[in-house]
Design a protein around this ligand. Structure first.
Ligand SMILES: [Zn+2]
Length: 129
């Protein structure tokens, strides 16, 4: 039997990360540790094709697209976070949990996290998805 198709399966992972990078950095990737823009790409996160890894040439700190964002608070794919964000005013935790195939407690935690903004350091509390 095939796996049930979830609404989050219809969301494009690459576009989610593209949007996140734009929101987080604009056109220049900055090392949050030392403020340097001398950053090089360092492959992708294991199993997550579009999540870029970076290393700072100045202080040698490693980070990824989701470092210092709400998406780092659990292992839920970014597509599910986006659905949770988009439908947060239209669905109960229970409905959302069913739609995303997640435990209701996780959905409840994600909602609280999203209420505090997507990017932790910048206090950005919204994004245009
Ligand atoms: Zn640095």
């Amino acid at each position: 039997m095939s796996k049930k198709l979830l609404i989050s399966d219809l969301i494009d992972e690459a576009k989610c990360y593209e949007q996140l990078r734009e929101l987080k950095w604009g056109n220049r990737i900055e090392c949050k540790e030392c403020g340097s823009y001398e950053v090089r790409k360092n492959g992708h996160d294991q199993g997550i094709k579009h999540r870029q890894r970076y290393v700072c040439k100045n202080c040698n700190k490693s980070f990824t697209d989701i470092t210092d964002t709400v998406f780092a608070s659990n292992h839920v794919p970014i597509q599910k976070w986006v659905v949770c964000w988009l439908l947060k005013d239209n669905m109960s935790n229970k409905e959302m949990a069913k739609a995303l195939d997640l435990p209701p407690k996780i959905v409840s935690d994600m909602r609280s996290e999203l209420g505090n903004g997507v990017i932790k350091s910048n206090f950005i509390d919204n994004w245009d998805w």
